[in-house]
Design a protein around this ligand. Structure first.
Ligand SMILES: CC(C)(COP(=O)(O)OP(=O)(O)OC[C@H]1O[C@@H](n2cnc3c(N)ncnc32)[C@H](O)[C@@H]1OP(=O)(O)O)[C@@H](O)C(=O)NCCC(=O)NCCS
Length: 180
């Protein structure tokens, strides 16, 4: 499934990740490793290799087939620039999924994450049939706050020492968006 949003400069689209995306994802994650270390958990040994990325994608697609996740990539004019994932999908009375994303530093600041989140929220309420989206951000991740606010998320709580990143336990804001 591909969703496309035009903005006059570049086209943003999202689709399910494929095994062939491993090399593009590896290139971005390797180039941005230092910057992403501030926002993402420490990576295990061997993470920055083709086989590790292929295995991650295979595992994500297995989880997708089991209905637990929707692992996507973000594209600018058809080229992979990041990832966007609906994880921890819970059905039944909760009907919710947890959203996370990153965009290559080369492609940041052009609205790609905001448009990708818009597209995936639509997918969550239609194809996935979910009722609610959730996300967490560190308190100083202002770009991510902006992406979520732009897409109608509201902050509903603060979790102290919620995630261990870059050597410290970090507080995180919890965000929610009803999918109506
Ligand atoms: C967060 C992230 C995905 C945003 O990607 P992006 O494609 O640049 O996002 P967008 O261009 O859609 O929107 C970013 C907005 O935040 C604003 N912004 C960026 N840095 C900012 C800062 N330090 N303070 C305030 N606003 C900021 C931008 O100006 C932009 O606003 P605009 O739409 O009014 O121009 C990207 O920075 C990233 O991958 N960061 C590292 C990983 C990460 O933090 N993931 C999210 C974890 S919760």
């Amino acid at each position: 499934m591909t969703t496309t949003v035009e903005n006059g400069r570049a086209t943003t689209s999202v689709r399910l990740v494929e095994p062939a995306d491993a090399s593009a994802i590896l290139a971005h994650l390797t180039e941005d490793a230092a910057a992403l270390a501030r926002w993402q958990p420490a990576r295990p040994q061997g993470f920055y290799t083709g086989p590790a990325q292929t295995e991650r994608i295979d595992r994500a697609l297995d989880d997708h087939r089991a209905g637990r996740t929707w692992p996507g990539v973000i594209l600018a004019d058809g080229v992979v620039i990041g990832q966007i994932t609906v994880a921890t999908i819970l059905r039944g009375p909760l009907g919710k999924g947890f959203l996370s994303y990153w965009v290559s530093s080369r492609a940041q600041g052009h609205g790609h994450a905001s448009r990708a989140v818009d597209a995936v929220l639509h997918l969550m309420s239609t194809e996935l049939g979910l009722h609610r989206a959730e996300a967490h951000t560190q308190v100083d991740n202002l770009a991510s706050h902006h992406v979520l606010r732009t897409n109608g998320f509201s902050p509903w709580g603060l979790a102290h020492h919620h995630i261990h990143i870059n050597g410290s336990w970090r507080d995180e804001i919890f965000w929610e968006r009803l999918l109506g």
